[in-house]
Design a protein. Structure first.
Length: 163
């Protein structure tokens, strides 16, 4: 019985976080012009990934986001053209390109965070501080490891799925 309840609660959690993601981040499409001309969700995901993980190779970014090297190269080229990332070949292997978030890329993420905060704050005004704190603490309790986020054997996701 407790396994059934755990599964049900996990299903509700997944549905709720997906809804939260749609409400907060998908609405950013309306604010693209003011947020540094991000044209695609993948560009935003790439900036967030580099902010979280630090410098990464093109292949690592592609693997993490689940796209081809060709697709990620187009995304990175656009971000590089806008000075949001910096690309450089590694000295030990000239075939390997490292990507790093620039100050401009960080500014774009900060503007996005501000917009997101402006959307989230009113939505939480009906909560007590205790409810908000419990919610935040439960989200913060997730393991920060990359292994948690990217399993060794990828799960098949529908084509419309956007992280």
């Amino acid at each position: 019985m407790s396994n059934d309840l755990r599964k049900e609660l996990c299903d509700r959690f997944i549905a709720a976080t997906a809804r939260l993601h749609r409400l907060v981040y998908m609405g950013l499409r309306d604010d693209r012009k003011d947020l540094g001309q991000l044209e695609q969700v993948n560009q935003y995901q790439t900036l967030m990934l580099l902010a979280d993980q630090g410098p990464m190779t093109v292949g690592e970014i592609a693997g993490f986001l689940g796209c081809t090297d060709s697709s990620i190269n187009n995304i990175l080229r656009r971000l590089d053209d806008k000075k949001m990332i910096e690309k450089a070949r590694t000295p030990h292997d000239r075939r390997t390109v490292m990507c790093e978030l620039t100050t401009e890329g960080l500014k774009v993420l900060e503007r996005i965070d501000h917009v997101v905060r402006e959307r989230v704050l009113p939505a939480t005004e009906s909560w007590s501080l205790e409810q908000l704190e419990a919610f935040v603490e439960s989200l913060e309790s997730f393991p920060p490891s990359r292994a948690f986020l990217v399993p060794e054997k990828p799960t098949e996701l529908p084509g419309w799925f956007i992280v």
